[in-house]
Write a protein that binds this ligand. Sequence first.
Ligand SMILES: N[C@@H](CCC(=O)N[C@@H](CS)C(=O)NCC(=O)O)C(=O)O
Length: 233
Amino acid sequence: MTDLSVFPINQKWPAQRPDVLQLYSLNTPNGVKVSIFLEETGLDYEPHLVNFEAHDQLSSAFLSLNPNNKIPAIIDPNGPNGKPIELFESGAILIYLADKTCQLVPASAAERYETIQWLMWQMGGIGPMFGQLGFFNKFGGKDYEDKRPRDRYVAESKRLLGVLNQRLEGRAWIMGDTYTIADVAVFPWVRNLIGFYEAGDLVGINDFPNVIRVLDVFLARPAVKRGLLIPSR
Ligand SMILES: N[C@@H](CCC(=O)N[C@@H](CS)C(=O)NCC(=O)O)C(=O)O
């Protein structure tokens, strides 16, 4: 049996099944990328809830795994060369898991890099920009009289949705017929923009019919439905 006791995070969130991948997360748009991947592929794992209301992400145990105090993070007891590996940043985790399972990433080198390109596009664009729009539309920034910061993120979000809409023209998924980690990264954020951030009308979401079409198909997948609820609060 794998010994995870050397990892300080194991003191706060003890592994019941130390032989399987340990997921430390919350079902936010970044968190569910990993739980959706795991549900899609069937890789066995044990989820642990990182409770933001209790500021778990700032605990010394969590910081020992991710000094950047953000979910998601993992420990895979069966990492490269059979040794445990710790990882944070959802994009890095998705690439690692796709390589480990040979699932949700194309086998050909060119298509693999193209998939990673769109994954990075989500990490550097969709995530940060939609996140800022959420702040200015729904949370702390919504009471600011000056609407220029909000409008800046509305414009950038619209631009990104336009790029995605064009990419999805005539395609079932971002990589065509193949469902990949790029879709797993992008669509939880589109869902969040319309739902939790209540910014669908603000960005004119109906102007992006391909985005809505693929989002609907994504959300209908049984593994996505399950992953969106993991870890349960
Ligand atoms: N680039 C990071 C972003 C992760 C991130 O922002 N996580 C948020 C939840 S969606 C978080 O942990 N927030 C807690 C905090 O800021 O204290 C990733 O993709 O993993």
